[in-house]
Design a protein around this ligand. Sequence first.
Ligand code: CTP
Length: 400
Amino acid sequence: MRPKRVLIGVTAGIAAYKTPILVRLFKKAGFDVRCVITPESKEFVSPLVLSVLSGSPVYSTLINEDKTWNNHVELAEWADFFLIAPLTANTLAKMASGICDNLLLSVYFSMKSQTIVAPAMDLDMYRHPTVLRNLDMIQNDGVFVIPAEFGLLASGLTGQGRMAEPETIFKELNQLITDKSTSVFTGKSVLITAGPTYEAIDPVRFIGNHSTGKMGFALAEVFLKKGANVKLITGPTNLELVDNNLVLISINSAEEMFQEVKKHWSNQDIGIFSAAVADYRPKVVSTDKIKKNSNELLLELIKNPDILHWAGQMKKDSQFLVGFALETTDEITHATQKLERKNLDCIILNSLQDSGAGFATDTNKVTILDKQKNKSELSLKSKYEIAQEIVLYLEELIAQ
Ligand code: CTP
């Protein structure tokens, strides 16, 4: 396997004096390193030092003095990771707004791989609303931000703004690489259903449930960290998740969720059905708001399609399907029956009998059962930690 390639971008901040240490750390760990710098950053770090340490020419302009051209697309394609350290407020603003007036920015806008940035600026700049807004914007565009640290700043003031230490940046990037390159989920398509469904009674009322979608969103986040492409089909929630490799599809009713699952399931590798789908919906949806004219109101309900059951029937040998079960009695027996009835590879059993588990809590306690009749009980943990453990379990199961 060829060494990982990291392209290190340098912008004109005083913290650039630490970038040569970063270059050395990556070189020592066996990475291929190249550097692209803004012309102004030469005031803060010598291109010669970067070139000697990286063992490669340093690129700073689109056109060289001898009228040769530095191909930004080629550089972007070369890199497995683009790390900009330090990142100034100026370059950050340009990244957020699409200004592309130097080689480093041209490389950024041509990157297909992950960009990671380590901002560095004075404390008042770092907490300025515009800077915070720009950091938010690039994060939403899929950039991984390693936050600035607290400490003494070049201005003599003390506060948050120091570029993270080279060792911290090196560790963070290595973690990203481990997550993305060693997982069986890298490049795989994962469909996740999440949240409640709302079944309309009339234009203002619905039948719903207490699901918040937290479990499904946490699972989506973990799969994304593993390098998967995720389609998250979610009922109404207050949650947000943005990632380059995420397609978020919002629906209201079970029928709408079913339509979306039908559209996408056939070309997915993995299906994780964590939505709390309403089993029934009103047979007739009143077009006008129902008036309280009588003492009794009878609602006739009809069964919703069982989406997971449908996905189980359609499942190809290459697909892997996971369902959830919420049981109150004979939990293991019922969950095992559900696993078989719905043709699942694995089922995650939630027990409402455990305090801290179930709907609308931040924690959960689950038992994982699989087709091979293995059973694994997880202790009470945050939903994110549970998601990590579930994904780890599936990773091992699929690798077998
Ligand atoms: N599910 C679904 N579509 C439905 C109902 C459930 O996709 N209409 C999925 C859920 O997302 C979950 C699993 O099926 O993964 C949970 O099934 P559940 O509703 O608990 O069990 P049922 O099979 O409907 O049986 P029962 O309600 O009798 O327990």
